[in-house]
Design a binder for this molecule. Structure first.
Ligand code: NOJ
Length: 709
C-alpha cells in the first residue's frame, strides 16, 4: 500500500456515515451564505464553490479546526478563461478564441497562469476545460468549447489540463482541472441547453469520447457530469458512461463531480425520480463522487444507507477518490495554496494573454484592403462592439458572473478595438473617429446617421459587430444566428459610402453574417479575445502582426444551415455539389480557414504505407514571413459504418520566411485511422484510405494521396 492509500484508508476507517456523506457534498457558498457555509464546514463538507480569498480562508480554518476529523476543504471555481470571477485577474481569450491559435502551448501557458492566480485566492480547482464540441452553433455555450473537432479539442484540452495541473499537484502553484461536461452536452437536440442528446453509445464513443480520453491520459483529476441525457437516460444517472466507460475503459482515477444541482434535476427537470432521496441514490450508484450544490444529498444518502437502499461501500469508494486527490494536493499539510505572491494580473501573465489574443485573430477575407496603409488621413471605428469590454470578454468574468465581485467596474489593463485602433492611428499621425452606431440587441441605442457622419471622409472604416453577454452562455441558446438589432442596417449605411470597409467580429461564436462579412472588403474574426483582444485586432489591421489564426469551427451561411460542421457523415440526397435547394452545402467560412499577409503553396504529398509516414512540402509564396498551420485529414474510403469524408488527424504550425520551403513529416499508426463499429469496438478496418494535407478543410485547399492498410 502506498503512502496516500494508507492515509486515505486510515481516515476512511474513522469516518462516520454522516461524515462520508458530507465529504461528497459541494456547498455553494454564495447561495447558502456565510453562516450556513460555516455550519457545513463543521459538518465536514468536502468542497465549496464560488468563494474567494478571505471567505475561503475562513471556511478552511473552520473545517480544519472545528470539524471532527479536520479534513481540509477543496475549493472550486469557474476559472474558465483566466480566473475571471476575480476582477483583478488576467482575462485570456475564451476557449473558442484561443483555439483559433491551433497551438497547444498557448493553452498550456494560459492554464498555468490561471492556476497560479486561482491558487493565490486560496482555491484549488477550476471547472475547466470544456471538452464538449461546438457543432450546433445555436447553443449558448459554444464560446466555451475548443470548436467542432474532436481531435483539435483533445489536443488543446490536454494542453490546458497540463498547464493547470503541472507535474506536481502538491507544489502550491497548480490546481485541479475538470474535464466537462461528460458527455455530449453540446449535442442537445435543437441546441437546447441541457436537453436530451439523440445519441447512441456508438456515436458517443466515435465522436465525443476522444477528447475525454486525451484528458484522462493527460492526468485530469476530475470530470464533471453533463446536465443532459443520452437517449432518455440522464448522464447523472448513467453508470454506462460514468462507470463502465470513464473508469472501466478509459481508466480515469480521479473523482466525478455533478454539474449544478444535477441531482435535484433528476426530480424537477428530468422526471426520472420522485424524490431527492431516490435521485441521490441514483446519482451515487451511477458513479458521481461529489454532488454540486444539492445539499439535500447529505440527509438523503444517510437515510438511504440506513434503510438498506444504498450500500455504504458506494460512499466509501467516492470518498476514497476525493480524499486521494486531497492527499495528492498535499492539502492536509498545506491547505492553502499560495500561488506566487503578486501574480494576479502580473506582467508575465498579461504577456501571455496578449500573445494568445494575437494568435487567436483569424483573417477570413481580404480584398487588398489590409494591412491598412500608413499614408491614410483618417480611420473611422464604428459599431456596438468596438468599445464594449463586456462584449469583448464574453462569458465567465466578473461581468457575466458578478457574485463574488458584485457591481465591479472594468479593471485595467484592457484594450478595446476602439482604443487599439486609436493608439495605432496616433502613432502614425492618422485621425481616428469613433461612433457606436447602434446597440446589441435592439432598443437601447440607435444613431446610424451619426455613425455615417462620423465615417464620412475616412480612408478606411473598421466596423465592429457581434453579440453581447446577454446572448451568451447557459440558458441563452439562440434560434436566430443573424446579427441582432440594427447591425446589418448599420453595415449597409456605411457600405453605401463606398469607403474601404473591414468588418471585425467580436462575438462568442460564429454568427450568420452573410453580406456583413462577404460584402466587406475584409473580414476579421476576433471572437472574445480577452484583455488584449482589441489591441490584437488593431495590430492585425495595421500589419504589426501577421494574422495566423485558423477557424476551429465553421461559420454558417444562415441559421437554417446549422449544423454545418465539416466532418459530417455522407449521404445527403442533394444534387451533386448542392446542399439545400435554397442554400449551398458549403459553410460561409470553413473549419481550418484563415489567412494572413503571406501565402502558402503545397506540393509533394506522400504517404508511405509501410511506415505510415506522410510528408508534404509547404512554401511561403508571399512577401513576408508568416505562420502556416499544416492540416492533415483522412478518409476511410469504404467502411462498415458511415464515416466522414474528412477527419482531422494531425496539424503542425510552421513559420516560414518569404520563399522558404519546408517538408513537414507526420508519423501515424494504424489506430489513428480507426472507427467505432456497430458493436461499439474501436477498430481499424483494412482497405483503401485517403490522406489529405493542406491549408484548410476545404477540398480546394487539400492535396490527396491514397494508401492501403
Ligand atoms: C453550471 C455549468 O454548467 C458548469 O459548467 C459550471 O462549472 C458550474 N455551473 C459551476 O458554476
Amino acid at each position: 500500500m502506498d503512502r496516500i492509500t494508507a492515509r486515505v484508508e486510515a481516515l476512511l476507517a474513522k469516518m462516520t456515515l454522516e461524515e462520508k456523506a458530507a465529504q461528497m457534498v459541494q456547498v455553494p457558498y454564495a447561495i447558502v451564505g456565510r453562516e450556513e457555509a460555516l455550519r457545513w464546514a463543521r459538518l465536514g463538507a468536502g468542497s465549496f464553490l464560488h468563494v474567494l480569498g478571505d471567505d475561503a480562508r475562513e471556511v478552511q480554518r473552520i473545517a480544519m479546526q472545528e470539524s471532527r476529523l479536520g479534513i481540509p476543504v477543496l475549493f472550486g471555481i469557474d476559472a474558465i478563461h483566466g480566473h475571471g470571477l476575480n476582477a483583478h485577474a488576467t482575462i485570456f481569450p475564451t476557449q473558442l478564441a484561443a483555439a483559433c491559435s491551433w497551438e497547444p502551448e498557448v493553452l498550456r501557458a494560459m492554464g498555468e497562469d490561471t492556476a497560479r492566480e486561482v491558487a493565490t485566492d486560496g482555491l484549488h480547482w477550476t471547472f475547466s476545460p470544456v471538452l464538449c464540441l461546438g457543432r450546433d452553433t445555436r447553443w449558448g455555450r459554444v464560446n466555451e468549447t475548443f470548436g467542432e473537432d474532436p481531435y483539435l479539442a483533445g489536443e488543446l484540452g490536454a494542453a490546458i489540463i497540463r498547464g493547470y495541473q503541472g507535474d506536481d499537484l502538491a507544489d502550491g502553484e497548480h490546481i485541479l482541472a475538470c474535464a466537462k461536461h461528460y458527455i455530449g452536452y453540446g449535442e442537445a437536440v435543437g441546441a437546447r441547453d441541457a436537453c436530451d442528446t439523440e445519441m447512441t453509445y456508438r456515436k458517443l464513443r466515435e465522436v465525443f469520447l476522444p477528447p475525454f480520453k486525451k484528458a484522462v491520459e493527460a492526468g485530469v483529476a476530475s470530470v464533471m457530469t453533463a446536465y443532459g441525457s443520452i437517449d432518455g437516460t440522464p448522464f447523472t444517472a448513467d453508470p454506462v458512461s460514468l462507470r463502465d466507460i470513464l473508469r472501466g475503459e478509459l481508466g480515469f482515477d480521479g473523482f466525478v463531480v455533478t454539474d449544478w444541482d444535477n441531482v435535484n434535476a433528476l426530480v424537477t427537470r428530468q422526471h426520472v425520480a420522485e424524490t431527492v432521496e431516490e435521485a441521490s441514490v441514483m446519482a451515487a450508484r451511477a458513479g458521481n463522487d461529489m454532488i454540486m450544490t444539492t445539499t439535500q444529498f447529505y440527509d438523503a444518502v444517510v437515510r438511504a444507507v440506513r434503510a438498506g437502499a444504498l450500500q455504504e461501500r458506494v460512499l466509501d469508494d467516492a470518498v476514497r477518490r476525493i480524499l486521494s486527490i486531497k492527499c495528492r494536493m498535499n492539502l492536509f499539510e498545506r491547505p492553502e495554496k499560495t500561488g506566487r505572491a503578486g501574480c494576479l494580473g502580473c506582467r508575465a501573465h498579461l504577456a501571455h494573454a496578449r500573445e494568445a489574443a494575437q494568435k487567436s485573430i483569424v483573417l477570413l477575407r481580404n480584398e487588398g484592403m489590409l494591412p491598412l496603409r500608413a499614408g491614410m488621413k483618417k480611420v473611422a471605428v464604428i459599431g456596438p462592439n468596438a468599445d464594449d469590454i463586456r462584449a469583448q470578454y464574453g462569458d465567465w468574468t466578473y461581468f457575466s458572473h458578478p457574485t463574488p465581485n458584485p457591481g465591479h467596474a472594468p479593471v485595467r489593463p484592457y484594450v478595446t478595438v476602439k482604443e487599439g485602433v486609436e493608439a495605432a492611428c496616433a502613432a502614425r499621425g492618422i485621425a481616428c473617429a469613433y461612433h457606436r452606431g447602434c446597440s446589441v440587441p435592439d432598443g437601447e441605442y440607435e444613431d446610424i446617421e451619426g455613425a455615417v457622419a462620423a465615417a464620412k471622409g475616412a480612408d478606411a472604416i473598421v466596423l465592429v459587430v457581434g453579440d453581447v453577454v446577454d446572448q451568451v452562455g447557459e440558458e441563452k441558446d439562440r434560434a436566430d444566428l443573424a446579427l441582432s438589432g440594427k447591425q446589418e442596417a448599420l453595415f449597409d449605411a456605411l457600405r453605401a459610402l463606398g469607403i474601404p470597409l473591414v468588418t471585425v467580429l467580436v462575438a462568442s461564436k460564429p454568427l450568420a453574417l452573410g453580406r456583413v462579412a462577404l460584402a466587406a472588403d475584409a473580414f476579421l474574426c476576433a471572437f472574445n479575445g480577452g484583455m488584449f483582444g482589441g489591441e490584437a485586432v488593431a495590430q492585425a489591421l495595421f500589419g504589426e502582426i501577421n494574422p495566423s489564426g485558423r477557424l476551429p469551427i465553421s461559420f454558417p451561411r444562415h441559421s437554417g444551415q446549422v449544423p454545418v460542421y465539416y466532418n459530417q457523415l455522407p449521404g445527403w440526397h442533394a444534387k451533386p455539389g448542392r446542399g439545400y435547394c435554397d442554400l449551398p452545402r458549403t459553410p460561409l467560412f470553413a473549419f481550418g480557414e484563415g489567412m494572413g499577409y503571406s501565402a502558402f503553396a503545397y506540393d509533394g504529398l506522400t504517404m508511405d504505407e509501410k511506415t505510415l509516414t506522410a510528408s508534404v512540402r509547404v512554401r511561403n509564396t508571399g512577401a513576408q514571413a508568416g505562420t502556416e498551420t499544416v492540416q492533415v485529414y483522412f478518409r476511410d474510403v469504404v467502411s462498415s459504418v458511415l464515416t466522414p469524408d474528412k477527419r482531422l488527424i494531425a496539424f503542425r504550425k510552421v513559420t516560414l520566411e518569404p520563399g522558404e520551403c519546408r517538408t513537414v513529416t507526420f508519423a501515424f499508426d494504424a489506430a489513428d485511422f480507426s472507427l467505432v463499429n456497430r458493436r461499439e469496438q474501436r477498430v481499424t478496418e483494412p482497405g483503401e484510405f485517403e490522406l489529405m494535407a493542406g491549408h484548410s478543410s476545404r477540398d480546394e485547399d487539400l492535396l490527396c494521396a491514397s494508401f492501403r492498410l
